[in-house]
Design a protein around this ligand. Structure first.
Ligand code: F0G
Length: 364
């Protein structure tokens, strides 16, 4: 396996750190942008909300190279595609997969086509796809339509599909669970995360299992996934034809890893629950203004979900009887700057450039 010249943990990327647990060989060319090793931030205020001496940690995946957790799986998928001699990648996306695929394709020196639902991609993510030089195709349809088309195009053998139906993506995303266990010294008691196409909950659960089998942890967490109220096929147990939510990243009506996500919650005795757009946006604001962590709306679903587990009688999983001193991890999946349009702003009227006027404007 090639090694990079810098050896700091950050620059090493997930393949170098975790190759023994990943589907790579010494012959695999590593295409990495230094993904992974993201902060696991202790949140005293969220811990207080849960009570009973519980500790809440926020795994901030928004600080990956392209601003989302997708980079963990993309490095494995693109490295293996390069080993097989692939010259073109293709994916369907609600925005983050396409940004990640475009970046890793650029790094590998191959082309990348991204199929996107027109008008439904957050501005920052679309800009990323343009910036990294992807071929962008907008369709008059939703993510589920885009994935159907990609599956068909992938069958021709002209492209490597880098959606999470590519098992290398799932394998790479397991590393988030590895990092959490490595840092906490054992698995947490609960892991909360947003669910869209359901690859991430599948991957994290698989990662915890692998680590336990290898004696790296003594227990497995309870997995709790959150879908947006208007895009909740797993929660309602039916395909949603026209999913709608402000959290465009998880606007998905027929998730590819539906069965695996179900299995993860059944095996871990967890749950899939729903959170409203209002609660998602409130959680996004709360996390930015109380913890200094600015995430995109889909990511805030795990925080909105945590608050629901604490406060609501309707929660699919209630924390009211939670065991004392439990440790809870909430994954936040993507950076807030990806979706600037959802942030509430007020118009800024310039004032005279004097100290007096500035003091008055600050109401000091
Ligand atoms: N959070 C963000 C920011 C996402 O971009 C996604 C998925 C999810 C959560 C849900 O993860 O699909 O593994 O359940 N985004 C995909 C995309 C669908 O195309 O970027 P999942």
């Amino acid at each position: 396996m090639h090694s990079t010249t810098t050896k700091s943990q950050r620059s090493r990327g997930v393949i170098e750190r975790y190759h023994e647990f990943l589907p790579v060989s010494p012959a695999t060319p590593i295409i990495s942008l230094g993904e992974g090793n993201t902060p696991l931030i202790y949140s005293p205020r969220l811990s207080d909300r849960v009570g009973s001496g519980c500790e809440v940690f926020v795994k901030n995946e928004g600080v990956n190279p392209t601003g989302s957790f997708k980079d963990r799986g993309m490095t494995v998928a693109v490295s293996n595609a390069m080993e097989r001699g692939t010259t073109a990648l293709i994916c369907a996306s609600t925005g983050n997969t396409s940004a990640s695929a475009a970046a890793y394709a650029a790094r590998a020196g191959i082309s990348c086509a991204v199929i996107l639902p027109a008008g439904k991609i957050a501005m920052g993510k679309l800009l990323q796809a343009f910036a990294y030089g992807a071929k962008i195709v907008a369709i008059d349809g939703n993510f589920d339509d885009a994935l159907r088309i990609v599956r068909e195009l992938g069958e021709t053998g002209d492209f490597a599909i880098v959606n999470s139906i590519n098992l290398d993506r799932i394998a790479g995303q397991k590393t988030a669970a590895f990092e959490i266990v490595d840092e906490l010294g054992d698995a947490p008691d609960f892991h909360l995360l947003p669910v869209g196409n359901a690859g991430n909950i599948t991957a994290c659960w698989a990662g915890y299992r692998v680590y336990q089998e290898h004696g790296r942890s003594t227990k497995l967490p309870t997995m709790i996934g959150f879908q947006a109220l208007g895009a909740a096929p797993i929660f309602y147990d039916r395909i949603i034809d026209n999913p709608e939510t402000i959290a465009s990243a998880i606007r998905i009506g027929n998730p590819a890893s539906w069965k695996q996500a179900r299995a993860a919650v059944v095996e871990s005795r967890g749950a899939i629950d729903i959170v409203s757009d209002e609660d998602i946006l409130a959680a996004q604001r709360w996390l930015a203004q109380h913890e200094g962590i600015f995430v995109e709306p889909a990511s805030a679903a795990s925080i909105a979900g945590l608050l629901k587990c604490c406060d609501s009688g309707d929660a699919a999983y209630s924390f009211k009887q939670i065991s004392a001193d439990s440790r809870i991890v909430c994954t936040v999946t993507g950076h807030g700057l990806k979706d600037p349009d959802v942030v509430t702003r007020k118009e800024l009227k310039p004032i005279a450039a004097t100290v007096t006027e500035v003091r008055r404007a600050m109401k000091l």
